[in-house]
Design a protein around this ligand. Sequence first.
Ligand SMILES: [Zn+2]
Length: 128
Amino acid sequence: MLADSRLYSILFNKCPRCHQGDFFVTKSAFSRHFDQMHDRCPHCGENFSPEPGFYWASMFVSYALFTIWTLLTFFIVVSWLNVDLDYYLLGLIPSIIILTPYFFRVARRTWLTLFVAPRPVHKQVSQE
Ligand SMILES: [Zn+2]
């Protein structure tokens, strides 16, 4: 069920078209070359760079992710756990720095997934 959805490729570093080939070269967002992408899907050949500057707008997705993270942690830590706002801000800054490579990758996969219709492999076989 999840394997057929767009969320699968966003969460598991997979091609938004076939859900088989990897989107980024490295598996981990916390490795040295976390930002290197394949030009095309190694499995189905889907173009991961449809036009120059395509991923420029993924920065707005990244902005939304950081906003959600900040609001969510604020309500949990400050409102629910009653931690002082100064301590919350001291913890928020390192968490944002640590999460930057992960949100970078999620934002790029989300952005491409918005424009590519999923067609998982088992469905491609049944249509032919
Ligand atoms: Zn693919």
